[in-house]
Design a protein around this ligand. Structure first.
Ligand code: 13P
Length: 258
């Protein structure tokens, strides 16, 4: 059985005080019944404070990026070792904003995934097509290539640890969500692709999240789909009440009370 995962990507938002306030609201409002996993991804500057604030909680902590070397002359970068040191368990890799604004390549994404796994940090790999690619009927081709690159030379043992987040670029921050049917079509394609590469067992345990304008009013219908195992939320994760509503939707989907 796959657990529902609700992750909040705060992007470049929240000073340390604001981060602590938000995380406190989430911590108080989330009654963990063991059915779902909640993750928050604050900016680097708040990781330590948030990880201290969540010390006795089951809420996971993710970084939004990471470099693929342990240490060295890489001005401005943060290593997996440093993330471990401040209590990080997950790392978002290959977000479309990093690919677009910071020259993140498929090759780097693959290197980062390998290094994260080496340090026992769970990668949350982001993939997804642009509007142009969707309109041109190239969605599956794009997603397939991104999966092949990202999983290159990764063993089945490690592949099963990777969380995939399908985030169609046209749905990010636009208010335009993929319909549950549109998202499910791609999620099921991704699962089949993982099955082709690693077999049915790895594919059946793979956690595949949807991201792109997820809100309290669409989260339930998305997560109800067979191959949608949770959501990666941007804007709606910045307010305690809307993130908690999405968490409740996850609990309902998993069959628990909310
Ligand atoms: P929005 O929920 O703001 O569309 O952002 C989605 C996203 O990029 C999560 O990583």
């Amino acid at each position: 059985m796959r657990k529902i995962v609700i992750a909040g990507n705060w992007k470049m938002h929240k000073t340390r005080g604001e981060a602590l306030e938000l995380v406190e609201t989430i911590r108080k409002g989330f009654k963990d019944n063991g059915e779902i996993k909640v993750i928050v991804a604050p900016p680097f500057t708040s990781l330590l404070s948030v990880s201290e604030a969540l010390k006795d909680s089951t809420i996971g902590i993710a970084a939004q990026n990471m470099y693929f070397e342990k240490e060295g002359a890489y001005t401005g970068e943060v290593s997996p070792l440093m993330l471990k040191d401040v209590g990080v368990h997950y790392v978002i890799i290959g977000h479309s904003e990093r690919r677009k604004y910071f020259c993140e390549t498929d090759e780097n994404v693959n290197k980062k995934i390998k290094v994260a796994l080496e340090y026992s940090i769970t990668p949350i790999l982001c993939i997804g097509e642009s509007l142009e690619e969707r309109k041109g009927g190239r969605t599956f081709e794009k997603v397939e290539k991104q999966i092949e690159f990202a999983f290159k030379d990764i063993s089945p043992e490690n592949a099963r640890k990777i969380i995939v987040a399908y985030e169609p670029i046209w749905a990010i921050g636009t208010g335009e969500t993929a319909t549950p049917e549109q998202a499910e079509e791609v999620h099921s394609f991704i699962r089949k692709k993982i099955a082709k590469m690693y077999g049915n067992n790895v594919a059946s345990y793979a956690i595949i999240l949807y991201g792109g304008s997820v809100k309290p009013d669409n989260a339930f219908s998305l997560m109800r789909e067979n191959d949608i195992d949770g959501v990666l939320v941007g804007g709606a994760s910045l307010k305690g009440d809307s993130f908690l509503e999405i968490i409740k939707a996850g609990i309902r989907v998993s069959g628990g009370e909310s």
